[in-house]
Design a protein around this ligand. Structure first.
Ligand code: PGA
Length: 265
């Protein structure tokens, strides 16, 4: 069975005061999140505070990126080991903004995946096609490459602990989310692709989130789909009210479903 995950990617937003009240606002509602795995991804600067505040609440905390080396002369970088040391459990890797603005390739992301898994972090591996790639009919080829190269050389026992986030680049921050049909179709493809090179256990257990303009209006119907196991929320995670409402949509859809791919959610 796959627990629904609702994760808030704050990106490069919030100052100390905003971050504090955002965490506090989410914590006030934490008692109503039963059954949903809620994770906050604040900027690095507020990770320690988030970990301290969220302790005992059941809410997870993670970083938006990590370098693949453990320590050393890498000015400006943060290692997976350092993140574990301050109590982070999760890390976002391969977000489209990292791929596009910081030239992260599948090979770099794969190194980061391995080193984060080795450190004991749960990676949220982001994949997704651009608008041009979709218009050229290349969506599935792009997803295939990002999955196969992103997970290359990683054992099935680690793959099932990984979380995938399907985030079509054209849907991120645009207010235009993928249609339910397009999203479910991509999620089904991702699960089948994972099955093709691992095993049915890993494919059945891995959680695949949707991301890209998720809001309080569309969350419920997206999360009702068989192979959509949660949401990676950007803009709408910056207000506790909208983020908590999305978590509650996740809770409302968290009953087991026997998916079209034949795997029980
Ligand atoms: P958005 O961002 O919800 O603002 O579209 C999602 C993401 O980039 O993770």
């Amino acid at each position: 069975m796959r627990n629904i995950v609702v994760a808030g990617n704050w990106k490069m937003n919030t100052h100390r005061e905003e971050a504090t009240s955002l965490i506090d606002g989410v914590l006030r509602e934490a008692g109503n999140f039963g059954g949903v795995d809620v994770v906050l991804f604040p900027p690095y600067l507020f990770l320690d505070m988030a970990v301290q505040k969220c302790r005992k609440s059941g809410i997870g905390v993670g970083a938006q990126n990590a370098f693949y080396k453990k320590r050393g002369a890498y000015t400006g970088e943060i290692s997976p080991v350092m993140l574990r040391d301050i109590g982070c459990d999760y890390v976002i890797l391969g977000h489209s903004e990292r791929r596009h603005y910081f030239d992260e390739t599948n090979a770099i992301i794969n190194k980061k995946m391995k080193s984060c898994l080795e450190a004991g972090l749960t990676p949220v591996l982001c994949i997704g096609e651009t608008l041009t790639q979709r218009q050229q009919g290349k969506t599935f080829d792009i997803l295939n490459d990002q999955i196969v190269y992103g997970l290359e050389g990683i054992d099935g026992s680690f793959i099932k602990k990984t979380i995938i986030a399907y985030e079509p680049v054209w849907a991120i921050g645009t207010g235009i989310s993928a249609s339910i049909t397009k999203a479910q179709e991509a999620h089904e493809y991702i699960r089948k692709t994972i099955e093709s090179f691992t095993d049915t256990e890993a494919a059945g257990q891995i959680r695949i989130l949707y991301g890209g303009s998720v809001n309080t209006k569309n969350a419920r119907e997206l999360l009702e789909e068989d192979d959509i196991d949660g949401a990676l929320v950007g803009g709408a995670s910056l207000k506790p009210e909208s983020f908590c409402e999305i978590v509650k949509s996740g809770k409302a859809t968290s009953q087991p479903i026997l998916g079209r791919t034949g795997y029980q959610r």
